[in-house]
Ligand binder design. Structure first.
Ligand code: SAH
Ligand code: SF4
Ligand code: F3S
Length: 468
Protein backbone atom coordinates (compact mmCIF):
# COMPACT_ATOMS: atom_id res chain seq x y z
CA UNK A 1 0.00 0.00 0.00
CA UNK A 2 1.19 3.54 -0.71
CA UNK A 3 2.65 5.06 2.39
CA UNK A 4 2.19 8.77 1.90
CA UNK A 5 3.83 9.70 5.20
CA UNK A 6 7.21 8.10 4.68
CA UNK A 7 7.71 8.83 1.02
CA UNK A 8 7.81 12.63 1.21
CA UNK A 9 11.03 13.22 3.21
CA UNK A 10 12.79 10.56 1.22
CA UNK A 11 12.00 12.16 -2.10
CA UNK A 12 12.95 15.56 -0.69
CA UNK A 13 16.35 14.12 0.10
CA UNK A 14 16.61 12.77 -3.45
CA UNK A 15 15.79 16.23 -4.81
CA UNK A 16 18.66 17.60 -2.77
CA UNK A 17 21.06 15.03 -4.27
CA UNK A 18 19.72 15.93 -7.72
CA UNK A 19 20.47 19.61 -7.15
CA UNK A 20 24.00 18.86 -5.93
CA UNK A 21 24.60 16.58 -8.91
CA UNK A 22 23.88 19.36 -11.39
CA UNK A 23 27.17 21.06 -10.43
CA UNK A 24 29.11 17.93 -9.54
CA UNK A 25 28.47 16.23 -12.90
CA UNK A 26 29.02 19.44 -14.85
CA UNK A 27 32.46 19.85 -13.31
CA UNK A 28 33.31 16.12 -13.52
CA UNK A 29 32.70 16.19 -17.27
CA UNK A 30 34.97 19.19 -18.00
CA UNK A 31 32.45 21.97 -17.59
CA UNK A 32 29.94 20.75 -20.10
CA UNK A 33 26.55 19.12 -19.97
CA UNK A 34 27.06 15.38 -19.36
CA UNK A 35 25.46 12.89 -21.73
CA UNK A 36 23.58 9.83 -20.52
CA UNK A 37 22.60 6.67 -22.37
CA UNK A 38 19.92 4.30 -21.08
CA UNK A 39 19.32 0.91 -22.70
CA UNK A 40 16.25 -1.07 -21.70
CA UNK A 41 15.82 -4.83 -21.91
CA UNK A 42 12.61 -6.73 -21.21
CA UNK A 43 9.01 -5.72 -20.79
CA UNK A 44 7.08 -2.43 -20.68
CA UNK A 45 7.41 -2.41 -16.91
CA UNK A 46 11.14 -1.93 -17.44
CA UNK A 47 10.52 0.63 -20.19
CA UNK A 48 8.41 2.61 -17.71
CA UNK A 49 11.18 2.38 -15.08
CA UNK A 50 13.72 3.59 -17.64
CA UNK A 51 11.52 6.58 -18.39
CA UNK A 52 11.83 7.48 -14.69
CA UNK A 53 15.61 7.00 -14.73
CA UNK A 54 15.77 9.25 -17.80
CA UNK A 55 13.58 11.82 -16.06
CA UNK A 56 15.93 11.82 -13.06
CA UNK A 57 19.02 12.04 -15.29
CA UNK A 58 17.56 15.09 -17.01
CA UNK A 59 16.85 16.65 -13.62
CA UNK A 60 20.54 16.15 -12.78
CA UNK A 61 21.38 18.23 -15.83
CA UNK A 62 22.19 15.38 -18.22
CA UNK A 63 21.37 15.34 -21.88
CA UNK A 64 20.03 12.00 -23.11
CA UNK A 65 21.78 10.38 -26.05
CA UNK A 66 21.05 7.37 -28.24
CA UNK A 67 24.78 6.90 -28.97
CA UNK A 68 26.52 5.02 -26.17
CA UNK A 69 30.00 5.91 -27.50
CA UNK A 70 29.39 9.59 -26.72
CA UNK A 71 27.87 8.97 -23.28
CA UNK A 72 29.42 9.89 -19.90
CA UNK A 73 26.91 7.77 -18.00
CA UNK A 74 25.67 4.43 -19.34
CA UNK A 75 22.77 2.60 -17.70
CA UNK A 76 21.58 -0.87 -18.68
CA UNK A 77 18.15 -1.68 -17.27
CA UNK A 78 18.09 -5.48 -17.45
CA UNK A 79 15.57 -8.32 -17.76
CA UNK A 80 15.82 -11.76 -16.15
CA UNK A 81 12.81 -13.50 -17.63
CA UNK A 82 14.70 -15.95 -19.86
CA UNK A 83 18.29 -17.04 -20.24
CA UNK A 84 18.50 -15.45 -23.67
CA UNK A 85 17.64 -12.02 -22.20
CA UNK A 86 20.41 -12.40 -19.62
CA UNK A 87 22.97 -13.57 -22.17
CA UNK A 88 22.39 -10.45 -24.24
CA UNK A 89 23.13 -8.29 -21.20
CA UNK A 90 26.33 -10.17 -20.37
CA UNK A 91 27.49 -9.80 -23.97
CA UNK A 92 26.69 -6.10 -24.13
CA UNK A 93 28.29 -5.29 -20.76
CA UNK A 94 31.44 -7.12 -21.89
CA UNK A 95 31.54 -4.88 -24.95
CA UNK A 96 31.70 -1.76 -22.71
CA UNK A 97 35.19 -2.63 -21.46
CA UNK A 98 36.97 -0.89 -24.35
CA UNK A 99 34.80 2.21 -23.94
CA UNK A 100 35.66 2.50 -20.24
CA UNK A 101 39.38 2.13 -21.06
CA UNK A 102 39.17 5.02 -23.54
CA UNK A 103 37.16 7.16 -21.17
CA UNK A 104 38.01 6.53 -17.48
CA UNK A 105 35.41 9.04 -16.25
CA UNK A 106 32.65 6.94 -17.83
CA UNK A 107 30.16 5.76 -15.18
CA UNK A 108 28.56 2.41 -15.97
CA UNK A 109 25.52 1.36 -13.95
CA UNK A 110 23.45 -1.82 -14.21
CA UNK A 111 19.97 -2.07 -12.79
CA UNK A 112 16.68 -3.88 -13.28
CA UNK A 113 15.44 -7.40 -12.74
CA UNK A 114 18.70 -9.29 -13.26
CA UNK A 115 20.29 -7.34 -10.42
CA UNK A 116 17.66 -8.59 -7.96
CA UNK A 117 19.13 -12.09 -8.28
CA UNK A 118 22.00 -12.36 -5.88
CA UNK A 119 24.05 -14.79 -7.97
CA UNK A 120 23.77 -12.55 -11.04
CA UNK A 121 24.56 -9.30 -9.23
CA UNK A 122 27.64 -10.93 -7.73
CA UNK A 123 28.73 -12.40 -11.05
CA UNK A 124 28.41 -9.01 -12.73
CA UNK A 125 30.27 -7.27 -9.94
CA UNK A 126 33.12 -9.79 -10.06
CA UNK A 127 33.37 -10.30 -13.82
CA UNK A 128 33.07 -6.67 -14.86
CA UNK A 129 35.24 -4.51 -12.57
CA UNK A 130 34.54 -1.44 -14.72
CA UNK A 131 30.87 -1.50 -13.70
CA UNK A 132 30.67 1.19 -11.01
CA UNK A 133 27.13 0.78 -9.76
CA UNK A 134 24.67 -2.10 -9.50
CA UNK A 135 21.16 -1.50 -8.17
CA UNK A 136 17.89 -3.44 -8.06
CA UNK A 137 14.31 -2.71 -8.99
CA UNK A 138 13.27 -1.57 -5.50
CA UNK A 139 15.60 1.41 -5.16
CA UNK A 140 14.96 3.30 -8.38
CA UNK A 141 13.60 6.24 -6.38
CA UNK A 142 17.03 6.52 -4.72
CA UNK A 143 18.85 6.78 -8.05
CA UNK A 144 20.12 10.37 -7.44
CA UNK A 145 21.64 9.31 -4.10
CA UNK A 146 23.28 6.25 -5.70
CA UNK A 147 24.80 8.33 -8.50
CA UNK A 148 25.92 10.94 -5.96
CA UNK A 149 27.70 8.30 -3.88
CA UNK A 150 29.28 6.74 -6.96
CA UNK A 151 30.78 9.97 -8.27
CA UNK A 152 31.78 11.51 -4.95
CA UNK A 153 33.39 8.42 -3.40
CA UNK A 154 34.65 6.79 -6.61
CA UNK A 155 33.85 3.45 -4.94
CA UNK A 156 31.96 0.59 -6.55
CA UNK A 157 28.62 -0.18 -4.97
CA UNK A 158 25.80 -2.75 -5.02
CA UNK A 159 22.36 -1.78 -3.71
CA UNK A 160 19.71 -4.48 -4.03
CA UNK A 161 17.19 -6.64 -2.20
CA UNK A 162 15.10 -3.96 -0.48
CA UNK A 163 11.45 -4.64 -1.25
CA UNK A 164 9.79 -2.28 1.25
CA UNK A 165 6.40 -2.85 -0.43
CA UNK A 166 5.95 0.87 -1.01
CA UNK A 167 5.28 3.00 -4.04
CA UNK A 168 7.19 6.23 -4.48
CA UNK A 169 5.10 8.75 -6.39
CA UNK A 170 6.29 12.00 -7.87
CA UNK A 171 9.46 10.92 -9.70
CA UNK A 172 10.20 12.88 -12.86
CA UNK A 173 9.42 11.01 -16.09
CA UNK A 174 10.95 11.40 -19.52
CA UNK A 175 8.50 9.59 -21.82
CA UNK A 176 10.01 8.02 -24.91
CA UNK A 177 6.88 8.51 -27.02
CA UNK A 178 5.02 11.75 -27.68
CA UNK A 179 1.63 10.20 -28.47
CA UNK A 180 1.80 6.67 -27.05
CA UNK A 181 2.60 6.37 -23.36
CA UNK A 182 2.94 3.79 -20.58
CA UNK A 183 1.19 4.21 -17.27
CA UNK A 184 2.06 1.71 -14.51
CA UNK A 185 -0.93 1.07 -12.26
CA UNK A 186 0.70 -1.55 -10.06
CA UNK A 187 4.06 -3.13 -9.37
CA UNK A 188 5.29 -6.60 -8.46
CA UNK A 189 3.50 -9.92 -8.70
CA UNK A 190 2.15 -12.39 -6.14
CA UNK A 191 1.21 -15.19 -8.49
CA UNK A 192 4.39 -17.24 -8.39
CA UNK A 193 3.86 -19.18 -11.59
CA UNK A 194 6.40 -21.94 -11.04
CA UNK A 195 8.54 -21.10 -14.10
CA UNK A 196 8.67 -17.36 -13.54
CA UNK A 197 11.34 -15.18 -11.96
CA UNK A 198 9.28 -11.96 -11.96
CA UNK A 199 7.79 -12.27 -8.43
CA UNK A 200 11.31 -12.95 -7.12
CA UNK A 201 12.84 -9.85 -8.71
CA UNK A 202 9.90 -7.44 -8.66
CA UNK A 203 8.62 -8.14 -5.18
CA UNK A 204 5.11 -8.17 -3.79
CA UNK A 205 2.15 -6.88 -5.68
CA UNK A 206 1.08 -3.33 -4.82
CA UNK A 207 -1.35 -0.95 -6.52
CA UNK A 208 -1.07 2.79 -7.01
CA UNK A 209 -3.87 4.93 -5.64
CA UNK A 210 -6.43 5.51 -8.35
CA UNK A 211 -6.26 9.30 -7.92
CA UNK A 212 -2.53 9.24 -8.81
CA UNK A 213 -3.31 7.16 -11.90
CA UNK A 214 -6.17 9.41 -13.02
CA UNK A 215 -4.05 12.53 -12.45
CA UNK A 216 -1.25 11.10 -14.60
CA UNK A 217 -3.66 9.94 -17.33
CA UNK A 218 -5.33 13.38 -17.42
CA UNK A 219 -1.95 15.03 -17.83
CA UNK A 220 -1.08 12.65 -20.65
CA UNK A 221 -4.34 13.33 -22.49
CA UNK A 222 -3.85 17.08 -22.04
CA UNK A 223 -0.36 16.87 -23.51
CA UNK A 224 -1.65 15.10 -26.60
CA UNK A 225 -1.23 11.39 -25.87
CA UNK A 226 -3.42 9.34 -28.21
CA UNK A 227 -2.87 5.96 -26.63
CA UNK A 228 -2.35 5.22 -22.96
CA UNK A 229 -1.42 1.70 -21.89
CA UNK A 230 -2.04 0.76 -18.27
CA UNK A 231 0.69 -1.57 -17.03
CA UNK A 232 0.94 -4.32 -14.46
CA UNK A 233 1.99 -7.97 -14.33
CA UNK A 234 -1.60 -8.87 -13.57
CA UNK A 235 -3.78 -5.79 -14.03
CA UNK A 236 -6.89 -7.81 -13.17
CA UNK A 237 -5.91 -7.92 -9.53
CA UNK A 238 -5.52 -4.13 -9.37
CA UNK A 239 -6.83 -2.60 -6.15
CA UNK A 240 -5.98 -5.35 -3.67
CA UNK A 241 -4.60 -3.86 -0.48
CA UNK A 242 -5.76 -0.31 -1.20
CA UNK A 243 -7.98 1.54 1.26
CA UNK A 244 -10.40 2.41 -1.53
CA UNK A 245 -12.81 -0.23 -2.88
CA UNK A 246 -11.78 -0.44 -6.49
CA UNK A 247 -11.41 -3.18 -9.11
CA UNK A 248 -9.49 -3.04 -12.38
CA UNK A 249 -12.76 -2.82 -14.32
CA UNK A 250 -13.74 0.22 -12.24
CA UNK A 251 -10.37 1.87 -12.80
CA UNK A 252 -10.58 1.22 -16.54
CA UNK A 253 -13.99 2.86 -16.62
CA UNK A 254 -12.71 5.88 -14.65
CA UNK A 255 -9.73 6.42 -16.95
CA UNK A 256 -11.85 6.01 -20.07
CA UNK A 257 -14.21 8.67 -18.71
CA UNK A 258 -11.44 11.30 -19.01
CA UNK A 259 -12.51 13.77 -21.71
CA UNK A 260 -10.56 13.66 -24.96
CA UNK A 261 -9.96 11.54 -28.04
CA UNK A 262 -7.61 8.74 -26.98
CA UNK A 263 -7.37 4.98 -26.88
CA UNK A 264 -6.95 3.12 -23.65
CA UNK A 265 -5.06 -0.19 -23.58
CA UNK A 266 -3.75 -2.39 -20.81
CA UNK A 267 -1.47 -5.34 -20.17
CA UNK A 268 -1.17 -7.97 -18.86
CA UNK A 269 -4.41 -9.74 -17.93
CA UNK A 270 -4.12 -12.96 -15.97
CA UNK A 271 -6.91 -15.34 -17.07
CA UNK A 272 -7.58 -16.48 -13.49
CA UNK A 273 -8.73 -12.95 -12.59
CA UNK A 274 -10.28 -11.86 -15.91
CA UNK A 275 -13.89 -11.12 -15.00
CA UNK A 276 -17.06 -10.75 -17.03
CA UNK A 277 -17.34 -7.30 -15.44
CA UNK A 278 -14.05 -6.40 -17.17
CA UNK A 279 -15.29 -7.64 -20.55
CA UNK A 280 -18.51 -5.67 -20.09
CA UNK A 281 -16.59 -2.46 -19.39
CA UNK A 282 -14.53 -2.97 -22.56
CA UNK A 283 -17.63 -3.73 -24.61
CA UNK A 284 -19.40 -0.61 -23.39
CA UNK A 285 -16.54 1.89 -23.74
CA UNK A 286 -15.39 2.63 -27.28
CA UNK A 287 -12.15 4.22 -26.06
CA UNK A 288 -10.92 0.93 -24.60
CA UNK A 289 -8.78 -1.20 -26.88
CA UNK A 290 -10.49 -4.03 -28.78
CA UNK A 291 -7.36 -5.99 -28.06
CA UNK A 292 -7.15 -8.45 -25.18
CA UNK A 293 -3.75 -9.92 -24.36
CA UNK A 294 -4.64 -12.96 -22.29
CA UNK A 295 -1.66 -15.30 -21.83
CA UNK A 296 -2.77 -18.94 -21.58
CA UNK A 297 0.82 -20.37 -21.49
CA UNK A 298 -0.29 -23.97 -22.14
CA UNK A 299 -3.36 -25.87 -23.36
CA UNK A 300 -2.99 -28.83 -20.99
CA UNK A 301 -4.70 -28.72 -17.60
CA UNK A 302 -2.05 -31.04 -16.20
CA UNK A 303 0.74 -28.61 -17.12
CA UNK A 304 -1.29 -25.54 -16.12
CA UNK A 305 -1.49 -27.07 -12.65
CA UNK A 306 2.25 -27.67 -12.53
CA UNK A 307 2.71 -24.08 -13.67
CA UNK A 308 0.49 -22.88 -10.80
CA UNK A 309 -1.61 -20.84 -13.20
CA UNK A 310 -4.83 -21.50 -11.29
CA UNK A 311 -7.24 -21.79 -14.22
CA UNK A 312 -8.25 -24.63 -16.52
CA UNK A 313 -8.59 -24.65 -20.29
CA UNK A 314 -12.36 -24.69 -19.78
CA UNK A 315 -12.26 -21.54 -17.64
CA UNK A 316 -9.95 -19.86 -20.18
CA UNK A 317 -12.28 -20.67 -23.08
CA UNK A 318 -15.24 -19.50 -21.05
CA UNK A 319 -13.85 -15.97 -20.66
CA UNK A 320 -12.61 -15.94 -24.28
CA UNK A 321 -16.04 -16.93 -25.58
CA UNK A 322 -17.70 -14.33 -23.40
CA UNK A 323 -15.30 -11.69 -24.80
CA UNK A 324 -16.08 -12.81 -28.36
CA UNK A 325 -19.82 -12.60 -27.72
CA UNK A 326 -19.69 -9.15 -26.09
CA UNK A 327 -16.97 -7.57 -28.30
CA UNK A 328 -17.55 -8.91 -31.81
CA UNK A 329 -14.36 -7.38 -33.26
CA UNK A 330 -12.15 -8.45 -30.32
CA UNK A 331 -8.55 -9.24 -31.18
CA UNK A 332 -6.96 -11.81 -28.89
CA UNK A 333 -3.24 -12.34 -28.36
CA UNK A 334 -1.40 -14.52 -25.90
CA UNK A 335 1.92 -15.76 -24.52
CA UNK A 336 2.72 -19.46 -24.83
CA UNK A 337 5.48 -21.52 -23.29
CA UNK A 338 6.59 -24.67 -25.11
CA UNK A 339 8.53 -27.37 -23.30
CA UNK A 340 7.71 -26.79 -19.63
CA UNK A 341 9.49 -29.57 -17.64
CA UNK A 342 7.73 -32.86 -18.25
CA UNK A 343 5.43 -31.52 -20.94
CA UNK A 344 4.75 -34.38 -23.38
CA UNK A 345 3.76 -34.23 -27.01
CA UNK A 346 0.20 -35.02 -25.90
CA UNK A 347 0.20 -31.93 -23.63
CA UNK A 348 1.64 -29.87 -26.45
CA UNK A 349 -1.02 -31.14 -28.85
CA UNK A 350 -3.62 -29.68 -26.49
CA UNK A 351 -1.87 -26.31 -26.80
CA UNK A 352 -2.33 -26.58 -30.58
CA UNK A 353 -6.00 -27.42 -30.06
CA UNK A 354 -6.50 -24.35 -27.90
CA UNK A 355 -4.78 -22.13 -30.45
CA UNK A 356 -7.09 -23.43 -33.17
CA UNK A 357 -10.18 -22.94 -31.03
CA UNK A 358 -9.43 -19.37 -30.00
CA UNK A 359 -7.96 -18.12 -33.31
CA UNK A 360 -5.55 -15.55 -31.89
CA UNK A 361 -4.48 -12.56 -33.95
CA UNK A 362 -0.88 -13.32 -32.99
CA UNK A 363 1.15 -15.10 -30.32
CA UNK A 364 4.29 -14.42 -28.31
CA UNK A 365 5.98 -17.80 -28.11
CA UNK A 366 8.76 -18.93 -25.79
CA UNK A 367 10.68 -22.13 -25.24
CA UNK A 368 10.82 -22.81 -21.49
CA UNK A 369 13.96 -21.40 -19.87
CA UNK A 370 14.87 -22.63 -16.36
CA UNK A 371 15.28 -19.80 -13.83
CA UNK A 372 17.41 -20.26 -10.72
CA UNK A 373 15.28 -20.28 -7.55
CA UNK A 374 11.96 -21.14 -9.22
CA UNK A 375 10.21 -24.44 -8.41
CA UNK A 376 10.02 -25.52 -12.08
CA UNK A 377 13.80 -25.39 -12.38
CA UNK A 378 13.96 -28.33 -9.94
CA UNK A 379 11.61 -30.55 -11.99
CA UNK A 380 12.78 -33.32 -14.32
CA UNK A 381 13.03 -31.99 -17.84
CA UNK A 382 13.39 -35.08 -20.03
CA UNK A 383 12.87 -33.52 -23.47
CA UNK A 384 15.78 -31.99 -25.36
CA UNK A 385 15.90 -28.45 -26.63
CA UNK A 386 15.85 -29.81 -30.22
CA UNK A 387 12.57 -31.66 -29.55
CA UNK A 388 11.05 -28.54 -28.03
CA UNK A 389 12.24 -26.45 -30.99
CA UNK A 390 10.54 -28.90 -33.33
CA UNK A 391 7.25 -28.55 -31.42
CA UNK A 392 7.69 -24.81 -31.55
CA UNK A 393 8.02 -25.01 -35.34
CA UNK A 394 4.72 -26.86 -35.49
CA UNK A 395 3.07 -24.27 -33.27
CA UNK A 396 4.33 -21.36 -35.36
CA UNK A 397 3.05 -22.98 -38.54
CA UNK A 398 -0.39 -23.49 -37.01
CA UNK A 399 -0.56 -19.88 -35.84
CA UNK A 400 0.70 -18.52 -39.19
CA UNK A 401 -2.25 -20.11 -40.95
CA UNK A 402 -4.65 -18.62 -38.42
CA UNK A 403 -3.03 -15.16 -38.59
CA UNK A 404 -3.14 -15.24 -42.40
CA UNK A 405 -6.83 -16.16 -42.34
CA UNK A 406 -7.61 -13.45 -39.83
CA UNK A 407 -5.75 -10.70 -41.68
CA UNK A 408 -7.30 -11.78 -45.02
CA UNK A 409 -10.76 -11.39 -43.48
CA UNK A 410 -9.99 -7.71 -42.81
CA UNK A 411 -9.50 -6.85 -46.50
CA UNK A 412 -12.14 -4.50 -47.89
CA UNK A 413 -13.15 -3.22 -44.44
CA UNK A 414 -12.56 0.21 -42.94
CA UNK A 415 -10.82 0.70 -39.60
CA UNK A 416 -9.92 3.65 -37.46
CA UNK A 417 -6.14 3.55 -37.06
CA UNK A 418 -3.48 5.38 -35.07
CA UNK A 419 -0.59 6.26 -37.39
CA UNK A 420 2.56 5.30 -35.50
CA UNK A 421 5.86 5.40 -37.35
CA UNK A 422 7.75 5.40 -40.60
CA UNK A 423 8.02 1.86 -42.02
CA UNK A 424 10.12 2.98 -45.01
CA UNK A 425 10.25 5.86 -47.50
CA UNK A 426 6.68 7.06 -48.09
CA UNK A 427 5.15 4.19 -46.07
CA UNK A 428 3.87 4.50 -42.51
CA UNK A 429 2.80 1.86 -40.00
CA UNK A 430 -0.59 2.39 -38.48
CA UNK A 431 -2.36 0.24 -35.91
CA UNK A 432 -6.02 -0.71 -35.54
CA UNK A 433 -7.86 -0.64 -32.22
CA UNK A 434 -7.29 -4.40 -32.15
CA UNK A 435 -3.52 -3.87 -32.33
CA UNK A 436 -3.09 -5.05 -35.95
CA UNK A 437 -0.43 -3.22 -37.98
CA UNK A 438 -1.44 -1.78 -41.35
CA UNK A 439 0.97 -0.20 -43.84
CA UNK A 440 -0.34 2.95 -45.48
CA UNK A 441 1.13 5.32 -48.06
CA UNK A 442 0.99 8.67 -46.30
CA UNK A 443 3.13 11.68 -45.43
CA UNK A 444 5.00 11.54 -42.12
CA UNK A 445 2.97 14.53 -40.81
CA UNK A 446 0.20 12.05 -40.08
CA UNK A 447 2.30 10.23 -37.45
CA UNK A 448 0.55 10.55 -34.10
CA UNK A 449 -2.93 11.12 -35.56
CA UNK A 450 -6.05 9.00 -35.87
CA UNK A 451 -7.13 8.26 -39.45
CA UNK A 452 -9.57 5.98 -41.20
CA UNK A 453 -8.00 3.32 -43.36
CA UNK A 454 -9.48 0.90 -45.84
CA UNK A 455 -7.64 -2.42 -45.91
CA UNK A 456 -6.72 -3.09 -49.52
CA UNK A 457 -4.47 -6.13 -49.35
CA UNK A 458 -3.12 -8.83 -47.04
CA UNK A 459 0.22 -10.24 -48.07
CA UNK A 460 2.57 -12.37 -45.94
CA UNK A 461 0.67 -11.25 -42.78
CA UNK A 462 1.32 -7.64 -43.66
CA UNK A 463 -1.81 -5.62 -44.20
CA UNK A 464 -1.78 -2.79 -46.68
CA UNK A 465 -4.35 -0.05 -46.58
CA UNK A 466 -5.15 3.44 -47.77
CA UNK A 467 -6.22 6.45 -45.80
CA UNK A 468 -9.82 7.35 -46.64
N1 SAH B 1 2.69 -11.22 -16.02
C1 SAH B 1 2.57 -11.67 -17.33
C2 SAH B 1 3.83 -12.18 -17.97
C3 SAH B 1 5.14 -11.59 -17.70
S1 SAH B 1 6.50 -12.46 -18.34
C4 SAH B 1 1.56 -12.80 -17.31
O1 SAH B 1 1.42 -13.50 -16.36
O2 SAH B 1 0.96 -13.00 -18.34
C5 SAH B 1 6.09 -12.57 -20.05
C6 SAH B 1 6.00 -13.95 -20.59
O3 SAH B 1 7.26 -14.57 -20.55
C7 SAH B 1 5.11 -14.89 -19.83
O4 SAH B 1 3.76 -14.73 -20.13
C8 SAH B 1 5.63 -16.23 -20.24
O5 SAH B 1 4.99 -16.69 -21.40
C9 SAH B 1 7.08 -15.95 -20.55
N2 SAH B 1 7.97 -16.53 -19.54
C10 SAH B 1 8.07 -16.21 -18.24
N3 SAH B 1 8.98 -16.99 -17.62
C11 SAH B 1 9.47 -17.84 -18.57
C12 SAH B 1 10.42 -18.88 -18.56
N4 SAH B 1 11.06 -19.23 -17.45
N5 SAH B 1 10.67 -19.53 -19.71
C13 SAH B 1 10.03 -19.19 -20.85
N6 SAH B 1 9.11 -18.23 -20.91
C14 SAH B 1 8.82 -17.54 -19.79
FE1 SF4 C 1 5.23 -14.35 -13.90
FE2 SF4 C 1 2.93 -15.51 -13.48
FE3 SF4 C 1 3.45 -13.17 -12.30
FE4 SF4 C 1 3.04 -13.27 -14.90
S1 SF4 C 1 1.54 -13.76 -13.31
S2 SF4 C 1 4.67 -12.18 -13.86
S3 SF4 C 1 3.92 -15.23 -15.49
S4 SF4 C 1 4.47 -15.12 -11.92
FE1 F3S D 1 11.93 -8.99 -17.66
FE2 F3S D 1 11.62 -7.85 -15.32
FE3 F3S D 1 9.84 -7.46 -17.21
S1 F3S D 1 12.28 -9.94 -15.68
S2 F3S D 1 9.91 -9.33 -18.42
S3 F3S D 1 11.93 -6.82 -17.28
S4 F3S D 1 9.47 -7.55 -15.02
Amino acid sequence: MTDVKTKAPLLKEQKEYTELLKDILYIRYNNRQPKAFVRTYGCQQNVADSEKLKGMLESMGCELTEVKEEADIIIFNTCAVREHAEDRVFGNVGALKALKRQKPSLLIALCGCMMEQEHIAEKIYKSFPYVGLVFGTHVIHRFPELIYNAVTTGKRHIERGYDDGKIYEGLPIHRDGSFKGWLPIMYGCDNFCTYCIVPHVRGRERSRNSCEIIKEAEMMVQSGYKEITLLGQNVNSYGKGLDEEISFAMLLKKVSDIKGDFWLSFMTSHPKDASRELIDVIAENPKISRHLHLPFQCGSDRILKLMNRRYTVEKYLDIVNYAKSRIPDVSLTSDVIVGFPGETYEDFRQTLELIKKVEFTSLFTFIYSPRVGTPAAKLDDPYTHEQKAEWMGELLKTQEEISARRTASMVGKNYRVLVEEQAREGVLNARTHGGVVVEVNAPSELIGTFQNAEITEARNFILRGRIV
